[in-house]
Design a protein around this ligand. Structure first.
Ligand SMILES: N[C@@H]1[C@@H](O)[C@H](O)[C@@H](COP(=O)(O)O)O[C@@H]1O
Length: 240
């Protein structure tokens, strides 16, 4: 794993956005793997600014998001589909038809997972996958104990993950209990992976990732077996 130390969150976003933008400039029909959560929001802002100021075009790009909550339609403000439209898709020249997010309201969720996996393969695989990391080491929604060979599947969210994402839901609203997520094997098939770690609350998990052996108890540890992973961590995440 290549480790890049960013001075602060803005610098992390600058560095990650530069990787994505240069990927798209080199390959205008690149397949990008995208993530949600708090960490990537600044990156998407920088991509939008670059699109507006320097004209980087996403007209030929295809995207696949890591995950989506089961039961939330794309118009639900807490859905990842809604997040992606607001943060990025509606603000650049990327046709929505070229964006992919698992459907959390598919009648047959198992079939949705199979089709999602097939769609990634049919697109030629993911050129660059952006990842955040959960406090328990999850990537996507692959919680500790998820088999390394897993492909896109339905997961039961842990209490800690529900707690961490509670802030994206209205008070009193019931949190989804399940999600669809790319599996660890799906993520590992990406040609290049960029893992983002930001904030003091992520310092313990960054420490574990860098120091513990590869194990299904720490899902992100599988990334050590990938030949092209870049970890970008800001100073707060290093401060342990
Ligand atoms: N499914 C998402 C993950 O893909 C994300 O990486 C993680 C960390 O999010 P944040 O960046 O908000 O810390 O949260 C969620 O659980």
């Amino acid at each position: 794993m290549e480790i890049i130390r960013a001075t602060n969150y803005d610098d992390l976003c600058e560095k990650a956005a530069a990787l994505l933008i240069s990927q798209v400039q080199q390959k205008p029909n690149a397949v990008l793997g995208l993530a949600t959560g708090a960490t990537p929001t600044g990156i998407y802002q920088k991509m939008v600014a670059d699109h507006q100021e320097r004209g980087t075009s996403y007209a030929g790009v295809r995207t696949f998001n890591l995950d989506e909550y089961v039961g939330l339609p794309p118009e639900h403000p807490s859905s990842f589909a809604y997040y992606m439209r607001k943060q990025l898709f509606d603000r650049i020249d990327l046709p929505l038809a070229q964006t992919h997010i698992p459907s959390g309201v598919a009648t047959d969720l198992e079939q949705e997972c199979r089709q999602y996996e097939e769609a990634i393969l049919a697109a030629g695989g993911i050129d660059m996958q952006i990842l955040g990391i959960g406090m328990n080491g999850h990537i996507g929604f692959n919680e500790p104990g998820t088999p390394f060979h897993s492909v896109t599947h339905v997961v039961t969210l842990t209490e800690s993950t529900k707690q961490a994402n509670r802030r994206y839901f209205d008070e009193g609203e019931t949190m989804p209990s399940h999600a669809i997520t790319m599996g660890l094997a799906t993520i590992m098939r990406s040609k290049r992976i960029v893992l983002l770690v930001s904030g003091k609350h992520k310092a313990p998990i960054l420490h574990r990732l860098l120091n513990e052996p590869v194990s299904e108890d720490l899902p992100a540890s599988i990334l050590k077996q990938h030949s092209h992973v870049t970890v970008i961590a800001d100073a707060d995440a290093w401060d342990q």
